[in-house]
Design a protein around this ligand. Structure first.
Ligand code: ZN
Ligand code: ZN
Ligand code: FE
Length: 756
């Protein structure tokens, strides 16, 4: 051991945060080298450990610069230090990881290819020129290749690929961008592309990419193995090709996202603000919902009847190569049949997609777990998440309170995500989808087991929706009884609003306005347009939309004309749908008169459907919410608000929509004016309802949540009306207002109740 110099100290340092898979250790190494410090750095399952030896002042300098200079997306959460006796260590080394039990380090989401890697990809002199799997410590796959923690190559699906000499040199050189880049690869040692025909038979193509592009040019549908699963890709400009995709995928009208070559191409098809451009090009690279240009040259069937189009930029080197070769926008939609989960395993993709695709562009880097593309829309430069998945999950959502134990919240029935919490963090899962079929249910169950293992978080309590028939609820009940765990049922809209409170870091009691599709109400009716006085632990229902009947029950969800009949019936005006057989209309009218097969609801989503029909915009929806989205798209005139009234019933304040129904029927000033008038009237009526509740409760903060708040027109008008009335308004920023954020809310309620 070397002689220790005077003034030299040694410290053990524990760092927590987003510190694995982000180039932390090379960075720590470079900084130590620069400051002339010795010691070591090591990943472990809770974070990173360092030991530093040298003059005390320089170690202090190190600890100041470490959190400040760590390159994005790395993030230092906490640093703790402990003094040790100096050992006279001669240099600074990166030690191999050791697996320890206990809590777990954060796992990074998948990151879009960085600028440096993209430049190399298109540089003919670079050894990775045209190589579809290049990455570095600042970019590439993470969540979708991790098998186990800590994040080291042997714990990823890259384990089978042995580094060549060149790659190994980079991997071990602290000066390199690829120093300890776990998925590091090159054409001679890494994953390779293969092309397969529709039956899955491999085609012996020396270079599969040009052949795949030729297929796309012929108007064929290509199954493309991406980052978190298979996409179906095709030419986004050719109507007959997009129609064929819809026919094979059994997808009537739900909008399809496109991938464009770059921002310039995005601007050719849509309006792109500065903020939208930065979201498109962020490391998460989500689908951003943009306003279409009228002369955009895309197939009309991409987003039938809509003014928006979902656009994303290439986020893997393979996408970049494909788009560069194809030249124009490609439809890039999840590889699945209607509501099934996205295919991510090769065998499964070949089985499930062989009737959908004309060919498969595959590779031999396994996808460990599926992760759908995220979807975001901006309003006033602020994000509204429609889906929080690839690029975000499983990065923790920081909570502003702490709690003992681990909550597993199982989420809802549609757009399912689940959530695990520990101390000050919530791990909200990737998008699981609608739990409508066995495959989705299996994805849900294996997803939960996977998260519990990966994060080493065995639940101590389970939270679920109050709806007894949700498959997620049934899982929660069975699991709690099997494991002997306490279980907490959370009302659907309380969960929505609690998610908003957690999203905004609030603990006080607020006026919660839930504008939603449907959720189980404890009074036996279907809730969805509710005013709750609530905090994180509890709620009291104080107001609602005036209830109406859903003739035919759940069938009314996609048949706004049935809602319109009920609204007109109560408002005592005449309305007859124009596109529905008279026989069916008569039957629905008969149900309304007798109450037979009618549910009672206060759902805001259904009110939108009903007004969409009354206004003559759409009498049926091909997917939930279509009629409402059409109505939103039209609402851009300067028409004044429809009149809404205030009332009371059953001890609740009510927004009375009957005056608005009467005002609509017989009005002939055009769809845009009607749509605008409805949005304005509803926003102003809801703001008035909140004022009534404020007068009674003294609360001056309104939290907004529920699926209807994906409607940016409504969100804008409502926020404005509430602010004009002097309210503070809380909106979602990090999680979706729709059921994709429900699990977070359930977990937050469970934590608050356990504390209470
Ligand atoms: Zn990179
Ligand atoms: Zn190599
Ligand atoms: Fe909901």
């Amino acid at each position: 051991m070397a002689e220790c110099q005077p003034g030299v100290v040694r410290r053990h340092i524990e760092v927590r945060g987003l510190v694995q898979g982000v180039g932390f250790r090379p960075f720590a190494h470079r900084l130590a080298h620069e400051l002339g410090l010795t010691g070591w750095v090591r990943n472990h399952s809770e974070g990173v450990s360092l030991e530093l030896e040298g003059p005390a002042a320089r170690i202090d300098d190190y600890l100041t610069r470490l959190p400040a200079e760590l390159p994005a997306p790395g993030l230092v959460d906490t640093v703790t230090t402990e003094d040790l006796a100096p050992l006279g260590t001669p240099d600074f080394t990166i030690e191999l990881s050791e697996h320890q039990g206990g809590a777990v380090a954060l796992i990074l989401p998948d990151l879009a290819i960085c600028d440096a890697c993209r430049n190399e990809l298109f540089d003919p002199t670079n050894r990775r020129f045209g190589y579809p799997f290049t990455n570095c410590t600042h970019c590439g796959p993470r969540f979708t290749i991790i098998r186990d923690v800590p994040y080291d190559r042997v714990h990823t699906t890259m384990r089978e690929f042995v580094l060549c000499d060149d790659c190994a040199t980079e991997y071990h050189d602290p000066a390199e961008r690829r120093f300890h880049a776990q998925p590091n690869a090159c054409p001679s040692c890494g994953p390779r592309l293969t092309l397969h025909d529709a039956a899955g038979a491999p085609l012996s193509e020396p270079d599969p990419l040009p052949t795949a592009v030729a297929l796309l040019r012929q108007g064929k549908l290509l199954a493309l193995k991406g980052l978190g699963g298979y996409h179906l890709a095709c030419d986004a400009r050719r109507p007959e090709v997009v129609d064929e995709l819809r026919r094979r995928k059994h997808r009537d009208a739900k909008p399809l996202a496109i991938m464009v070559r770059d921002l310039a191409q995005a601007r050719q098809v849509a309006l792109v603000s500065t903020a939208e451009a930065s979201w498109l090009s962020s490391p998460a690279a989500p689908i951003v919902l943009l306003t279409q240009r009228p002369d955009r040259g895309l197939a009309p069937a991409l987003a039938p009847g809509l003014t928006t189009v979902g656009v994303m930029l290439p986020y893997t080197p393979l996408h970049h190569l494909l788009l560069a070769a194809f030249g124009s926008p490609l439809v890039m939609t999840s590889g699945n049949l209607s509501d099934e989960p996205i295919a991510h395993l090769d065998e499964d993709a070949l089985t499930r997609l062989h009737e959908l695709a004309d060919g498969f562009l595959m590779h031999d880097r396994p996808i460990q777990r599926r992760c759908d593309d995220s979807v975001v829309k901006l309003r006033d430069d602020q994000p509204i998440f429609f889906r929080r998945s690839r690029g975000y999950a499983p990065a923790p959502i920081a909570l502003d309170d702490t709690a003992a134990g681990v909550v597993l919240a199982v989420g809802g029935h549609q757009k399912n995500t689940f959530c695990l919490t520990r101390a000050r963090e919530a791990f909200l899962s990737h998008h699981v989808g609608d739990l409508e079929n066995d495959l989705a249910l299996a994805a849900f169950e294996t997803g939960i087991a996977d998260f519990e293992r990966l994060f080493d978080l065995p639940p101590t309590v389970i939270a679920h929706d109050q709806h007894p028939d949700y498959l997620a609820t049934q899982y929660a009940v069975a699991r709690a009884s099997r494991d002997g765990l306490p279980i907490i049922a959370v009302q659907h809209h309380h969960a929505h609003l609690a998610a908003c409170l957690a999203d905004c870091g609030r603990h006080d009691e607020v006026i919660g306005l839930a504008l939603d599709g449907t959720g189980w109400g404890p009074d036996g009716t279907v809730w969805g347009g509710e005013v709750l006085l609530c905090d994180r632990a509890d709620y009291r229902r104080v107001g609602r939309l005036r209830p109406f009947a859903l003739a035919g029950g759940e069938a009314a969800v996609r048949q706004g004309w049935r809602v319109a009949l009920a609204l007109a019936h109560q408002a005592e005006v005449d309305y007859t749908p124009t596109s529905v057989e008279p026989r069916r209309v008569d039957a629905a009218r008969q149900m309304l008169r007798s109450g037979f097969r009618c549910l009672t609801t206060s759902s805001a989503g259904r009110l939108f459907d009903g007004f969409s029909a009354l206004c003559g915009v759409a009498e049926v929806s091909r997917y939930e919410g279509e009629a409402a989205i059409w109505l939103e798209g039209l609402a851009a005139s300067d028409a004044g608000p429809l009149p809404f009234g205030q009332g009371t019933a059953d001890g609740l304040h009510e927004l009375d929509w009957r005056p608005a129904v009467r005002a609509v029927v017989g009005r002939t000033d055009g769809l845009a004016a009607l749509a605008t008038a409805f949005h304005r009237g509803l926003a102003e009526g809801l703001a008035e309802l909140c004022q009534v509740v404020r007068d009674e409760s003294g609360r001056n903060v309104v939290a907004l949540s529920g699926g209807c708040l994906q409607n940016v027109r409504l969100l804008g008008l409502l926020s404005e009306a509430l602010r004009q009335a002097g309210f503070e308004v809380l909106c979602h920023r990090r999680v979706p207002p729709n059921d994709g954020g429900l699990a977070l809310g359930q977990a937050v309620v469970a934590r608050a109740r356990q504390r209470g």
